[in-house]
Write a protein that binds this ligand. Structure first.
Ligand SMILES: [Zn+2]
Ligand SMILES: [Zn+2]
Length: 254
């Protein structure tokens, strides 16, 4: 599968972008960065978006991706999230105040609404276009669920933001065809207490999570806070685990 990393950071500036990933050009995971890095034509090819949690850095471009659909002759965008996450989005974002509820407004292009919400039960696999999506609870202060994606005979796990966790590793370890894991290392080791308080990982705790993962595949640290990028990268290297990598904003073929 092809993984296009549109945003690999937990903060943003002119050269670093918020969390957003695209698989095979049509399935997005998180939406911190989508519209800001994709042409209108590329946006129209996005068929589904899975949102790990409702923090602004993971949904920034989502309202615009949905809105842009009105000028595109494309099927409704399928928005997936675990049930509790979807509740938060509908109540607090797509509520007619922050942004309209576009699931109720038909597009003049297609006669259909431009978005469909599909709330998922954590632990239960759903299939879309032959691709399996299993949301799995992670530990991040607010309702949050990573996702295990089974695509073309390969499996990739995205945790989204999380502190130390376990369920998603147990489930990932059941697959023999894991090609990559994308998790996070937000803060450097000298800010461990802030990482713990905000339910994020540092390179140290990222290293502890690595021990829980069986797959012999790259384990990527995403969501680095930009000012500490250099420290985090060298601390990840110092783990001396050949699977440990930092995630870059580029295209990967897995
Ligand atoms: Zn975040
Ligand atoms: Zn978060």
């Amino acid at each position: 599968m092809r993984l296009k990393v549109l945003g690999a950071y937990g903060s943003s500036d002119a050269e670093h972008n918020l969390t957003g990933y695209l698989l095979d050009d049509w399935l997005a995971v998180d939406a911190g960065t989508l519209t800001s890095k994709l042409s209108f034509a590329q946006q129209a090819r996005v068929q589904a978006v899975y949102i790990t949690h409702s923090h602004a850095d993971h949904i920034r471009d989502l309202p615009h991706l949905i809105h842009n659909r009105f000028s595109q002759n494309a099927p409704p965008l399928i928005l997936y999230a675990a049930r509790h996450v979807m509740d938060i989005l509908c109540k607090n974002v797509f509520n007619g105040l922050v942004w309209p509820d576009f699931s109720t407004i038909a597009s003049p292009q297609t006669g259909k609404p431009v978005v469909e919400y599909r709330a998922l039960l954590p632990g239960r696999k759903t299939t879309f276009n032959g691709v399996g999506l299993t949301p799995v609870h992670v530990d991040h202060q607010i309702p949050a669920a990573g996702v295990i994606v089974e695509m073309n005979g390969q499996t990739i796990t995205f945790t989204g933001d999380t502190g130390p966790t376990s369920e998603i590793w147990k489930r990932t370890n059941k697959f023999g065809n894991v090609v990559a894991v994308v998790t996070e290392a937000s803060f450097p080791n000298d800010q461990q207490s802030l990482a713990d308080e905000t339910a994020h990982l540092s390179p140290n705790t990222f290293g502890e999570e690595l021990k829980k993962i069986d797959a012999d595949a790259p384990i990527y640290a995403s969501h680095r806070k930009v000012p500490f990028e250099r420290d985090i990268e060298s601390q990840i290297r110092n783990l001396r685990d050949r699977r440990a990598r930092v995630l870059l904003e580029k295209n990967y073929t897995l």
